[in-house]
Design a protein around this ligand. Structure first.
Ligand code: PGA
Length: 256
């Protein structure tokens, strides 16, 4: 399986800044065949960047999309419209869930719409700090994972990238803490156990699981060597080109 390094730019960069960043990153990166580099720019930049990107080196992701293809849904963009522009879409990020009120049902429909439009979903799941404190982590992970996958066929499950992002470890969270490799290993193991129980061992093994939450060049190596982790979802550190490039190079080193 490839190692995935995904940069989530969130609501940062103008179209011009995004284009300059991409230009510099493309220049700096060799073509690492076993590391899949993905950037998720703001939606206004997707179209111009899709013309600029070298898909042998890097892929584009959307940060969000709506599950209906067309219609009276003011302000939304559909997966159908994104088809051909992006290869991936982040779905169910905790900022979507907690700031924009997306629930598990909405997330499930989006995962299905992505699969239907041949866009790989990056399904984000993760417990809040209080859920962890109250010992609810396993239940939250199980609920978010299984409901997120509930609208697609079993044969499509291994196409989904599952991103474990404990909400309390995301850099924008108040008093964010670093997740320890042991804490991550435990949840990643649980994700695969649930997948195995519901969809079988082969699907569990074939499904990529990423980690995200305050990843930076100094912890990327440790996180990438956590058993079962197949990649990283990077926020803040991915906005700084030298740091993102370092993380990609770390992934390459860890692989070889
Ligand atoms: P962070 O963000 O790396 O800034 O913690 C990760 C994310 O929200 O996906």
């Amino acid at each position: 399986m490839k190692t995935y390094i995904v940069g989530n730019w969130k609501l940062n960069f103008t179209v011009g800044e995004a284009s300059i960043y991409l230009h510099k990153l493309l220049k700096r990166l060799p073509n690492y065949r076993d590391v899949e580099v993905v950037v998720a720019p703001p939606s206004v930049a997707l179209q111009p960047l899709s013309l600029q990107i070298d898909r042998h080196k890097m892929k584009l992701a959307a940060q969000n999309a709506f599950y209906r293809d067309y219609g009276a849904f003011t302000g939304e963009t559909s997966f159908t419209q994104l088809h051909g522009l992006v290869d991936y879409c982040i779905i169910g990020h905790s900022e979507r869930r907690y700031i924009f009120g997306e629930d598990d049902k909405m997330v499930a429909k989006k995962v299905a719409a992505a699969v239907r439009n041949k866009i790989t979903p990056i399904l984000c799941i993760g417990e809040t700090e209080s859920e962890r404190t109250f010992g609810e982590t396993a239940d939250v992970i199980r609920d978010q994972l299984l409901s997120g996958l509930s609208e697609i066929g079993a044969e499509d499950v291994s196409k989904v990238l599952v991103a474990y992002e404990p909400v309390w470890a995301i850099s924008s969270a108040k008093g964010a803490k670093l997740a320890s490799p042991d804490e991550i290993a435990e949840v990643v193991k649980l994700v695969r156990e649930i997948l195995k129980e519901v969809y079988g061992g082969e699907t569990a093994e074939k499904t990529a699981v990423l980690f995200g939450g305050s990843v930076n060049p100094s912890n990327a190596g440790a996180y990438l060597t956590v058993p079962g982790v197949n990649g990283l979802l990077v926020g803040g550190s991915g906005l700084i080109l030298s740091q993102f490039a370092d993380i990609i190079e770390t992934a390459k080193r860890v692989r070889s």
